[in-house]
Design a protein around this ligand. Structure first.
Ligand code: P6P
Length: 329
């Protein structure tokens, strides 16, 4: 029996893929590898903890709240520790902006990169075993390595990102990222402890028939939002809302669709955070041929004024986001 039928090709690991595409990363070779390796390592530890959350006492709430007043789940705090420690050890990041920390964290002052992260988005779903995710953005610092961190390092527009992506802790665990040269997806093989390239050159269908929104807030939506959603229903679109941004985003990336978290009476600027949720997914969406907007303007062109600022968020298939914008105009 020829070899190929005995030994299936093992596939391309994340590490090998990064190294073979290093020339696409605009800055010093090896730095992106180290940063993505740090993030991937932390995600493997978080994945292990998420997968056995029900078995060891890390479920439930800490009884504390994060910056946005969201109840912190034990895994939120644990994930934040894992990612900040991995990035500190890796040495490439000088600062970390996190949903779980009021101000940015100083990491390695000689690091050239600033990371913005939601360590565990959708964490209220942990106790009910629904998919959750990590969202990350990578920026190049503006100030010189070794000098104090300045505001210009921290409050950068989304179009300044040099890389971004997410990890989805779902029926399988996936890491999806871009460095501005398209989007690639890797599936985690826990028995080998490796991510393997499973979704090369991901493209978002430019049209879709899935809308993802919490219709429980219908009464507080603006009339244009209601009119757009009515358009979706009149055209027999499918409503799919997991209540976990990364899971909804990932499904719509693969199948086509729009995720919306518009302004509501409760959240007049929307609920989602620009710096560590929307910018990263907007970068991935655009790199896959999709679109990301606050309902009127491109997410990646919003100049952040504060670390934890919120923005209305419409992301997904290009033609669907454009249509939603037309209703809002
Ligand atoms: P709502 C989870 O808390 C999250 O940040 C996203 O993952 C999710 O899409 C959204 O909020 C759900 O919010 O108000 O619909 O429960």
């Amino acid at each position: 029996m020829e070899e190929s039928r005995i030994a299936q090709p093992i596939g391309t690991t994340l590490d090998r893929f990064i190294k073979s595409n290093q020339d696409q990363f605009a800055f010093a070779s090896g730095e992106l590898s180290q940063l993505l390796r740090d993030i991937a390592l932390a995600s493997k530890v978080v994945n292990r903890e998420v997968n056995k959350a029900g078995l060891i006492d890390i479920m439930g709430s800490m009884g504390t709240a994060n910056m946005g007043g969201d109840q912190q789940q034990k895994l939120d705090v644990l994930a934040n520790i894992r990612f900040s420690r991995a990035l500190m050890k890796g040495g490439e990041a000088c600062a970390l902006i996190s949903e779980e920390s009021e101000s940015y964290l100083d990491l390695n002052n000689h690091g050239k990169y600033v990371i913005a992260i939601d360590p565990l988005d959708g964490s209220s779903n942990i106790d009910v075993n629904v998919s959750i995710g990590t969202i990350f953005s990578i920026y190049r610092r503006k100030s010189a390595p070794g000098t104090p961190i300045v505001q210009e390092d921290i409050l950068q527009r989304g179009d300044e990102q040099v890389a971004a992506g997410y990890i989805l802790y779902g029926s399988s665990t996936m890491l999806v990222y871009t460095t501005g040269h398209g989007v690639n997806g890797f599936t985690y093989e826990p028995t080998l402890g490796e991510y393997f390239l499973s979704h090369p050159d991901m493209k978002q269908p430019e049209e879709g028939k899935i809308f993802s929104v919490n219709e429980g807030a219908w009464n507080s939506f603006s009339q244009p939002v209601k009119d757009f959603l009515t358009h979706c229903k009149d055209n027999q679109y499918t409503g799919r809302y997991i209540g976990s941004l990364v899971a909804d985003f990932h499904r719509n990336l693969l199948k086509g669709g729009i995720y919306m978290y518009p302004a509501t009476a409760k959240d007049p600027n929307g609920k989602l955070r620009l710096m560590y949720e929307c910018n990263a997914l907007a970068f991935v969406a655009e790199q896959a041929g999709g679109k990301a907007s606050d309902g009127l303007c491109r997410i990646l062109e919003i100049q952040p004024e504060s670390l934890h600022q919120r923005t209305p968020f419409y992301v997904g298939s290009r033609l669907m986001v454009m249509k939603a914008e037309r209703y809002n105009q």
